[in-house]
Design a protein. Structure first.
Length: 166
């Protein structure tokens, strides 16, 4: 009976979850100062791939930025753009120190889905990569080209991947 009770207690214990999601850290290269005034700055930030709006509550996501020349300061206005441009957030820095940033009530705006469909032929697909358009092989999601500034150039690169007919 005692062994049965210990096994039951053991099975009822909550096991820790090992695969918790890590909050992405903002890359300083993706931060641009749009304007620098006497009291505050307007800053454009492209958020890392996989960032969700709830991550903006995490002060540690800014730690890589706070060590460099683009460190955020109190009262800076931020335009935060999701990597895939599906949403943006506007926020003001409420607190900033050497390793953390706290944003005051970010305002989230969802963008509508793409109006135009990007070209694909069943083997390759033109996709938005966050800072440009690339051609991706559908079978394994491998990126086949460099980034292009517009979809038309990426479509041209997709067509050029096939041999020309004589």
């Amino acid at each position: 009976m005692a062994q049965e009770t210990s096994e039951m207690t053991k099975s009822a214990m909550i096991e820790p979850i090992t695969g918790l999601r890590q909050t992405p850290k903002v890359d300083p290269a993706l931060v641009a100062v749009n304007s620098d005034g006497f009291k505050f700055r307007d800053i454009f930030v492209r958020l890392p791939h996989g960032t969700i709006a709830d991550d903006l509550k995490e002060p540690e996501m800014w730690k890589h930025i706070q060590n460099g020349p683009r460190a955020l300061r109190k009262f800076d206005r931020l335009m935060l753009v999701a990597y895939d441009e599906s949403w943006i957030a506007e926020a003001i820095v409420a607190h900033a120190d050497l390793s953390t940033v706290i944003l005051a009530k970010p305002r989230i705006t969802a963008f509508p889905d793409r109006v135009e469909k990007l070209f694909g032929d069943g083997t390759y697909q033109v996709k938005w990569s966050g800072s440009g358009y690339v051609v991706v092989r559908l079978r394994d999601e491998a990126v086949m080209t460099n980034e292009f500034p517009n979809a038309a150039l990426a479509e041209r690169a997709l067509v050029a991947m096939y041999p020309r007919r004589a």
